[in-house]
Ligand binder design. Structure first.
Ligand code: NAI
Ligand code: MG
Length: 358
């Protein structure tokens, strides 16, 4: 069966890095159809909307989306609905992409990139799963209103609503347990159950869903402690599952443990394993068009695409091993360059990964 991949390069370095990932996917002898469409600021310039109908239609009928990045300062003055980042929000919403998977891996060859001591981070390989469609980011009501009673009566107040429906917690819990089953069978659920009703509810449901996964060891941690433990002893974790706001913060914190934003892939999945795969970094307008951006985060995102949406684990392993091989050969783009290694361009890094595949 042919797999269809929507290729949405976006803005800034998007085209340069996605091109390398596309070359890698094309070299695997799989039955793939890749179709490209504009997204983000590029799409706004061409079609007056950051997520044109045709792009959304392509995304919907594809097995997976390979996404570059969107955004540029030149769009900062546009009204919110025309801003490039609306494209990602629109894709998440329309495809129901509720599970965000962000691995944080520190490759041994890049141990010096982390700001933490090698003994704390060397060999780090953890997975953070962030719920993406609920929580205080989307809960209603929200807004600004007049305070009706108490100490601040008569003043204006800003407010949001933290909420999770039971089915929303159950489905992200399942993603957590199933991911843990594929790894080291340890799942840590992060919440703030000592203070928040939403979190106590979340925790109760995690405990209930755990009954279906007796082989996985479930633990719980408060968000403040988790933020601390991530820099104190990150290797104590394996898979972390958490809500939207806590996951937003923890996944960025975890990204910094590895010190190299150009190396971190991500996946956002829906209930039918359709997914959007993108590097964790943005469109890097400061280096766009110079052929110096690191394409490895995007190539590793393509490996996740193979693993999670196409069920091609062997091909995913091949890509990940090729990335390890080029690092082993001492090849580095500018962002991860250090004395004693060989500096290469974006396209040369792509060439090297292609060569290492075979
Ligand atoms: P950024 O991640 O684009 O860049 C931060 C720094 O990292 C820059 O110095 C950049 O040159 C460097 N960098 C990023 N990716 C790199 C790579 N592959 N190789 C080498 N160096 C790399 O974040 P920033 O500057 O805050 O945002 C730039 C634009 O990207 C903004 O418009 C922002 O809204 C957008 N953005 C888009 C995201 C997405 O499409 N999912 C995510 C984050 C930001
Ligand atoms: Mg963030």
């Amino acid at each position: 069966m042919t797999h269809t991949i929507a290729v949405l390069p976006g803005d800034g370095i998007g085209h340069e890095i996605v091109e390398q990932a596309q070359r890698v996917l094309g070299a695997l002898n799989l039955d793939l159809t890749m179709e490209q469409a504009p997204v983000g600021g590029t799409a706004y310039d061409q079609h007056g909307h950051p997520l044109p109908e045709a792009t959304l239609a392509l995304a919907k009928r594809s097995n997976a989306i390979l996404f570059g990045a969107v955004g540029d300062w030149k769009y900062d003055s546009l009204p919110r609905e025309h801003r490039p980042e609306q494209a990602i929000l629109g894709l998440r919403k329309n495809l129901g992409l509720f599970a965000n998977l962000r691995p944080a891996i520190l490759y041994p060859q890049l141990a010096n990139a982390s700001s933490l001591k090698p003994e704390i981070v060397s060999g780090l390989d953890i997975l953070i799963i962030r719920e993406l469609t609920g929580d205080i980011y989307f809960g209603k009501p929200r807004g600004v209103r007049e305070v009706q009673e108490g100490e601040f009566k008569g003043e204006r107040e800003g407010f949001d609503t933290m909420r999770y429906a039971e089915s929303e917690v159950r489905r992200i819990a399942r993603v957590g347990f199933e991911s843990a089953q594929k790894r080291n069978k340890k799942l840590c659920s992060v919440d703030k159950a000592n203070v928040l009703e939403t979190s106590q509810f979340w925790r109760d449901i995690m405990i209930d869903v755990a009954k279906d996964y007796p082989d996985v060891e479930l633990s719980h941690m408060y968000i403040d402690n988790a933020a601390m433990q991530l820099v104190r002893a990150p290797k104590e974790f394996d898979v972390i599952v958490t809500g939207n706001i806590f996951g937003d913060i923890l996944s960025d914190e975890a990204a910094m443990l590895t010190g190299s934003i150009g190396m971190l892939p991500s996946a956002s999945l829906n209930a039918s394993n359709q997914g959007l795969y993108e590097p964790s970094h943005g469109s890097a307008p400061d280096i766009a068009g110079k052929n110096i951006a690191n394409p490895l985060a995007t190539i590793l995102s393509a490996a996740m695409l193979l693993r999670y949406s196409l069920n091609e684990a062997a091909a995913a392993d091949r890509v990940e091993n090729a990335v390890k091989a080029v690092l082993e050969q001492g090849l580095r783009t500018a962002d991860i360059f250090e004395a004693g290694t060989t500096k290469v361009s974006t396209s040369q890094m792509g060439d090297a990964v292609l060569k290492a595949l075979n």
